[in-house]
Write a protein that binds this ligand. Sequence first.
Ligand code: KG4
Ligand code: ZN
Length: 358
Amino acid sequence: MIVLGIESSCDETGVALVRTQGPGVPTLLSAALHSQIAMHQAYGGVVPELASRDHIRRVIPLTMQVLAEAQIAQSAIDVVAFTRGPGLAGALLVGAGAACALAAAWGKPVIGVHHLEGHLLSPFLSQDPPEFPFVALLVSGGHTQLMRVDGVGRYTMLGETIDDAAGEAFDKSAKLLGLGYPGGPALAQLAEQGNPTAYALPRPLLHSGDLDFSFAGLKTAVLTQIKRLVADVPEGARVRADLMLNLSAQARADMAASTQAAITEVLVKKSLKALQQSGLKRLVVAGGVGANKSLRKQLDAACAQRGVRVHYPELHLCTDNGAMIALAAAMRLQTGSTQAQRSYAFDVKPRWPLDAIA
Ligand code: KG4
Ligand code: ZN
């Protein structure tokens, strides 16, 4: 079976083809991605209307590209999958519309996929795929969740953020430090030159006893710390235009490192707690923040000590992509969790809890 997957929930248009042979893990045949980061950078964040329009421009050429690269004829595709939610409504509608139009034209069935299920299953495309059951730490720009995963479609929420997501905390703190959008990778890079213990930043809900997260207070703490540092700069030497321009390069790097340490410590400790409570010995990390090197290093060390195996997606599959959508659809079809449909009337779900899918 060959599945075409289309991802368009936010600022990346991703298209990919996967093939299943029997019950084994599907294989990736080809993938293409267009990132809108350069387009949104001028605005300091994603502009939903621009995102939708760009998805319209990219989705069909990318589809033709993956077919050509894999040397697969349109007629060989068995199912067309698309991201049904969660995400930006307009952006989702473009992918859903394109997928259903292509499927109708080709006479193929369609399947709508949950974006987070795509992230969650993406490590199955790695060299070292996990086995069920496992604890999943889903850390993206919009979500921070710990889930117990017993199989495809068998997800139990263990804890989640009550406000900002981990990726959001990276992005908002990065903005305060004058780093571009998306700030996560830039903050992580700057942090490499900094001292993670230079500034004491809060570790929200670290000792809350549950598996929930809260990151909204972190940006306020970062701002307060920056203001404190600026207050130490003599009045006459202060630059007024932008607060953080008053900080030395070392102070900015130290702030970045301290911020990253605050976020990653909470993620690591809560993941360990979820493993301990569930008694599971396997952790899967997925979503954009899963690309963070410091997070990976700390998780690897902590899990090695406890005899826990950690699985990550390949780095290029951590952030949004079409491969994870094609993969999730293929695995759902393999396990009979979902039937593909020949009805081309579609809807999207901008808000859609992962544990609400059957
Ligand atoms: O999963 P993703 O591509 O999109 C969503 O579904 O939200 O995640 C994007 C998020 C952004 O907040 C970005 O700053 C963050 O992942 N991110 C990182 C890194 N790479 C991406 N955060 C920290 N360190 C990184 N290396
Ligand atoms: Zn995502």
